[in-house]
Design a protein around this ligand. Structure first.
Ligand SMILES: NC(=O)c1ccc[n+]([C@@H]2O[C@H](COP(=O)([O-])OP(=O)(O)OC[C@H]3O[C@@H](n4cnc5c(N)ncnc54)[C@H](O)[C@@H]3O)[C@@H](O)[C@H]2O)c1
Length: 252
């Protein structure tokens, strides 16, 4: 029976790297994303490497879609892992944030995380592992990311609440705070910041990299390694924790 790991936002970036890694670790990833072509390509990559995976295109801002993909994943084997990775960021100065921007970010980055846990935990009948993607933006404040930082701080809180609620079902729940990961999301952040601060994209990225103690951007694989740890037997007794995986940028 396949050991299914549902990974949201699996078409690119951290989600793609996580799916590839979990497939190498013996899971069958259920690849969920808005981008149907992207998840089909990741599925092909996994299968070429000798693994198994299946792709489920969905817009995870709709509760009915979250429920549908969780149920599809659970029907493919034993649902044992959920990685809540799909997310979006909107870079806008504090005074310019609109209600629509606030709702869009809080819906995908917080509400979807909660309901994906609720639906998935109901189907994890043999225990399980949930890993939520927070961010170091949720540890400190961010002047141009009000909604995103609030949502990611909320993910840390939800992780603790879910760890308590799901411990009796032998489901562990942990979160990861990546730093500055080399993905399309980070490229978009720095294109926007560069425009708003009237500097070049390269300068915006260089200023950020200068703040990283380990002196380089994070790779999606750096994050996937930590996610794989939380999904491994070595993490059996860890729950309710939030781990910074950020090259030393945040130490709390
Ligand atoms: N990139 C970073 O530096 C960084 C830092 C800290 C935290 N994170 C978090 O890690 C996670 C992944 O980040 P990334 O950089 O790989 O992002 P990314 O933007 O490169 O990829 C996100 C994926 O989510 C998918 N997605 C977006 N909206 C969706 C929806 N409504 N339904 C289904 N899928 C949807 C996108 O199609 C995309 O494939 C996010 O939660 C992000 O907030 C990223």
């Amino acid at each position: 029976m396949a050991n299914v790991a549902l990974v949201t936002g699996a078409a690119r970036g951290i989600g793609r790297a996580t799916a590839l890694r979990l497939a190498r670790d013996g899971f069958t990833p259920a690849l969920v994303d808005l981008n149907a072509e992207g998840i089909a390509a990741v599925q092909a990559e996994i299968e070429q490497a000798g693994g198994t995976a299946f792709a489920l295109a969905a817009d995870l801002t709709a509760l009915s879609e979250i429920e549908r993909v969780v149920n599809c994943a659970a029907e493919q084997g034993t649902l044992s892992v959920l990685v809540n990775n799909a997310g979006r960021v909107i870079i806008h100065p504090f005074f310019d944030v609109t209600e629509a921007e606030w709702d869009a970010v809080l819906t995908l980055d917080l509400k979807t995380v909660f309901f994906a846990m609720q639906f998935a935990a109901r189907r994890m009948t043999n225990g399980g592992r949930i890993v939520n993607l927070s961010s170091i933006s949720g540890r400190g404040g961010r002047a141009d990311q009000a909604a995103y930082a609030a949502a990611k701080a909320g993910v840390i809180s939800l992780t603790r609440t879910a760890a308590l609620a799901l411990a009796p079902s032998n489901i562990t729940v942990n979160a990861i705070c990546p730093g500055v990961v080399d993905t399309p999301m980070t490229q978009e952040v720095h294109r926007n910041r560069a425009q708003q601060q009237n500097i070049t994209y390269e300068e915006s990225l260089a200023r950020m990299t200068a703040k990283i103690p380990l002196g380089r951007l994070e790779t999606p694989e750096d994050v996937a390694n930590a996610i794989a740890f939380f999904c491994s037997p070595d993490a059996n007794y860890i729950t309710g924790q939030t781990l910074n995986v950020d090259g030393g940028m945040e130490m709390d």
